[in-house]
Design a protein around this ligand. Structure first.
Ligand SMILES: [Zn+2]
Length: 961
């Protein structure tokens, strides 16, 4: 038969909309479950990689709905901040790379692209594109609550959020270093940069060496090594500038002068000199007034630090090497008219190092390229001396004390004496989305969210502690981020967004206006329905009442020009759906969005409104490779849906990996899934109108029992969001059961009996219900074709009460027996006419049970078990066959735990009946051989080779002839 996926998908999208299937309203008689996922910036179309987080959240929402919860799943659109603005600027600037992508990957026309110079056009175009894609994917969202972050009411909400934080003293004005785009004159964070890089920087100490009244500063992370400085390094080919810095005369590289400007220094360039002119100068160490010579070094980079490097050859491998090289290079010395004679000054002693530590560290570093070797030696020696080093006599008053202890003291002392200053450097180059190279800027009088506040951090840790984090391993990553976060600039001078209420020059940035918006979904429903007529009149008192329960409804209604009833309804809506039960996002948002989400919730809401769960997933690979423009393997989501079908895409994304791993999307998987779904349609055709009949034979009961078990183990997997495992149960393990069942009934010739058709219908119904969270279109369609009038969500998750242990043991025994016979046939290579099966003698049964019970209690000592068996008259007969006990114990140990427990619970079990029932299948599998079942202790048994005595409980003996 053919299946028209597009028709099915369109039909159900429409039906769900008409029936308002996913519209959730407060219902005190039902438990609620609120699922949210990070809303997108509508600045580009979705591709398959975007589908993972949303699909996972949707499967979770649909699963909880099947479990009977009143599930709310929502979506909004993040217009604010720089991502949309940046994209529109790139279009305006004619960025060919971007325009090519729009053309070639997403098939946009020039007419459409040309409108993108206006940010709002980009946003609204991709907003509807993304929304359409979400509907086509079958996401079960309540679209009545949709909003964008530039909606007027949303701005009111953000104003309230910021006023509330400010009242709590969590927003501070101050001077702090931030990543900065010099072109936009704006702070930058991850969402503002190309490649989503978070600007990360390090604070260096600037030691002010002097030449007369001129300061020659050098940046270092090890101020304590100042006692070991032997010389300075400059790059003879670089340009240096004499500048006035806050009234002092400084000499630094040209690049460093620019960086100092961003650190709010008043910098004026007075004259330029070549590095080579500085070589041979004598300058002074500020701490001990020792004279120091300036030497040339090509490794010095003008744009790193100040372009002047203090040389500590005894403890810095790079300096040691450079000094050694220079000493050997007489020509270079001659060129600059210098005679290099300085020797390393050792100032730190540490276990494992004698003579010159830097020289030893270089020797210890593994062989390899010189630069790698020096890097390795540097980091090894740095941490070794920090943790284990002690200062030597040359360190004056610090002599004899551990490095770890005095490091800060030296820094403070020098700072107090005015011998140092500070400088910040980006750890890696960062580019703004506008294309400009970012720098570190010391922002003055800027507004910061004080994530460094200790009390605030403590609450955030408490929240992490109390909530579920899926997967568990991510919990410590959150704790780490919470400890590490400090003041964060929360406003920008440009971008779309809400103005800072108390300082209208500033616009609240996009990682600060997206932290508690999940609460806004409860309000948006009323805004969209027109129940809040005059948004201009809405003030903070509205949100205080609705979100915090503070104030008086009547007063709020009067102030905000809304009906009192509406105010109460919104409050009720929030109180019912909040807190967030599950927040989904990609792993890359742990260090920013998800942590801010936690911080802001604990600051604004009481504990009962804190989020209950965070779910973090990995990304998506395409056929094992990262998706990238250069590899040409980015597939737009909507194109993929129309080619392969939404359910297939959903399953292919979800089945390939557990949650934190990268999912690998592959077209082989897509094809495999598609054929499985087709198979289900075929089966539905066969069983759609059959009446329900009770199970008769053991295999009917077995199938029902397996279904019940599958439903409960899959629920256990889904409760922990082990999605891959769940789909594996539903699509692959259940199918094995089906194949066994079909073999059994066809051997008995009953494949067309009403009981079997009814069992198959029952199988499909259960499978389809379990599949509904993952493949909703297929599930709904099949559910309807199977004669059901209501949606599958209303059908609920299948019951798991009808587990039948007897039937399960019966089929398990038969399956093991078949495998045993097959291996005998393989060894003997004989074609049997007759298969004789012997079941154990009655007396072996109690002995088996005693060993089984011991093994389940962990008693597996053969001697002890034997003693116990002999001591009991009922089992003493094992004396005659000690090997039997050994073998029974081995049987038990090699049986699955599930089977061990079942056998103990079952008590008496009629093996002969189970095997006789399967005789038809055994005969069929072995070319119509005659199958005889005899008891070992039946005097009339057919046993020409004396095989019967080898029979053991649940392990019949077999004789072939
Ligand atoms: Zn920029």
């Amino acid at each position: 038969m053919s299946v028209d996926w597009r028709e099915i998908e369109e039909k159900w999208v429409k039906r769900w909309e008409q029936q308002k299937t996913f519209e959730a309203d407060p219902d005190p008689s039902r438990k609620k479950y609120f699922v949210t996922v990070a809303y997108p910036y509508p600045n580009s179309p979705q591709h398959i990689g975007h589908g993972r987080t949303y699909t996972l959240a949707d499967a979770h929402a649909r699963y909880m709905r099947m479990k009977g919860y009143n599930v709310l799943f929502t979506m909004g659109f993040h217009y604010t901040g720089t991502p949309i603005l940046g994209m529109s600027r790139r279009v305006a600037a004619g960025d060919q790379d971007l325009i090519d992508t729009f053309h070639n990957v997403y098939k946009l026309t020039d007419d459409v692209i040309s409108t993108f110079v206006e940010p709002i056009k980009i946003a609204s175009y991709f907003h509807s594109e993304i929304k359409q894609g979400m509907k086509e994917m079958g996401y079960s969202m309540d679209w009545r609550r949709e909003f964008t972050t530039i909606d007027r009411m949303y701005s009111k909400f953000i104003v309230w959020q910021f006023n509330t934080l400010k009242k709590k003293g969590l927003i501070v004005q101050g001077s702090h270093p931030v990543g900065w785009c010099p072109r936009d004159q704006n702070p930058v964070s991850q969402h503002d940069t190309m490649g989503d890089v978070e600007p990360d920087f390090t604070e260096y100490v600037l030691v002010k060496f002097r030449r007369g009244n001129v300061v020659i500063p050098s940046a270092t992370l090890r101020p304590e090594t100042i006692f070991g400085v032997t010389n300075m390094w400059v790059n003879p080919d670089a340009e240096y500038v004499e500048v006035s810095v806050d009234g002092e005369k400084w000499l630094v590289s040209k690049e460093a002068a620019r960086k100092l400007e961003f650190l709010n220094r008043d910098v004026k360039i007075e004259k330029t000199i070549k590095g080579s002119e500085m070589v041979g100068w004598e300058i002074t160490n500020p701490l001990n007034n020792a004279p120091i010579v300036v030497y040339p070094a090509s490794f010095v980079e003008a744009d790193s630090g100040t372009g002047v490097v203090m040389s500590v050859p005894a403890h810095a491998p790079h300096d040691y090497q450079a000094l050694a090289d220079l000493k050997n290079n007489k020509a270079l010395q001659q060129k600059f008219g210098i005679a290099v004679s300085v020797e390393p000054i050792v100032i730190i002693e540490s276990e494992g190092y004698s003579s010159v530590p830097a020289a030893q560290a270089i020797e210890k570093a593994l062989p390899g390229p010189k630069e790698d070797k020096l890097e390795k030696a540097t980091s090894d020696l740095y941490s070794h001396e920090f943790y284990k080093g002690k200062m030597l006599a040359k360190a004056g008053k610090y002599a004899g004390r551990p490095v770890a202890e005095i490091k800060n003291e030296v820094k403070e002392e020098m700072s107090r004496a005015g011998m140092t200053s500070v400088m910040y450097e980006l750890n890696n180059p960062v580019r703004c989305r506008c294309g400009a190279e970012c720098v570190v800027k010391l922002l003055s009088n800027q507004w910061f969210l004080n994530y460094g506040d200790k009390g605030w951090k403590a609450l955030a840790h408490e929240c992490i502690q109390k909530m579920d984090v899926v997967p568990q391993d991510i919990r410590q990553e959150f704790d780490y981020v919470i400890d590490w976060l400090r003041e964060r600039a929360c406003a920008r001078k440009s971008g779309l967004g809400t103005k800072l209420p108390w300082d209208q020059e500033w616009i609240i940035e996009s990682l600060s206006d997206s932290v508690i918006y999940m609460a806004y979904y409860t309000i948006a429903k009323f805004v969209n329905a027109g129940a809040i007529p005059d948004i201009d009149s809405i003030g903070d008192s509205f949100f205080d009442y609705v979100l915090l329960g503070q104030g008086d409804a009547e007063k709020v209604a009067r102030e905000c020009k809304i009906q009192k009833q509406t105010v109460e309804q919104v409050r009720n809506e929030f109180s019912y759906f909040y807190p967030v039960d599950s927040r989904h996002s990609g792993r890359d948002l742990v260090p920013n969005h998800l942590s801010f989400f936690i911080f802001n919730h604990v600051a604004i809401f009481g504990r009962e409104m804190w989020p209950r769960q965070v779910v973090v997933n990995g990304s998506v690979l395409m056929e094992g490779k990262k998706m990238s423009k250069s590899l040409g393997n980015i597939i737009p989501l909507r194109a993929a849906i129309s080619e392969h079908g939404a359910d297939t895409i959903r399953l292919a994304i979800l089945v390939s990996a557990e949650i934190l791993q990268d999912a690998d999307f592959s077209f082989d998987t897509v094809r495999g899934i598609r054929s499985k779904l087709f198979g289900m349609f075929d089966m539905a055709e066969r069983v759609k109108d059959v009446p329900t009949v009770a199970p008769e034979e053991v295999e009917d009961k077995w199938l029902a029992s397996r279904l019940a078990r599958a439903s409960s183990v899959t629920a256990e997997s889904m409760d922990r969001l082990r999605v891959r495992e769940s789909i594996h149960h539903i699509l692959y393990l259940l199918e094995q059961d089906l194949q066994w069942y079909e073999k059994r009934v066809s051997a008995k010739g009953r494949q067309d009996s009403p009981v079997v058709l009814s069992a198959l219908a029952g199988y499909l119904k259960t499978q389809v219900r379990m599949l509904a969270p993952f493949a909703p279109f297929t599930a709904e369609e099949l559910w309807e074709r199977l004669g059901n009038k209501h949606t599958i969500a209303q059908a609920g998750w299948p019951e798991s009460s009808s587990v039948d242990m007897g039937a399960e043991e019966s089929e398990f025994l038969l399956q093991s027996l078949l495998a045993d016979i097959q291996s005998i046939v393989k060894v003997t290579k004989m074609e049997s006419k007759k298969i004789v099966i012997y079941t154990r003698a009655v007396w072996k049964e109690p002995a088996y049970r005693m060993i089984l019970s011991n093994v389940l209690q962990g008693k597996t000592n053969f001697g002890e078990n034997m003693k116990q068996l002999i001591a009991n008259p009922e089992t003493a007969k094992v004396k005659t066959d000690p090997n039997l006990v050994k073998k029974m114990q081995d049987d038990i140990l090699s049986a699955p735990v599930e089977a061990r427990e079942r056998r103990l619970k079952l008590g008496q079990f009629d093996e002969a009946a189970a095997i006789s029932d399967g005789a038809s299948l055994i005969a069929k599998e072995f070319a119509g051989a005659e199958v005889i079942v005899n008891a070992e202790d039946d005097p009339a048994r057919y046993d020409p080779k004396g095989k019967a005595k080898f029979a053991r409980p649940f392990k019949p003996a077999v004789y072939l002839e």
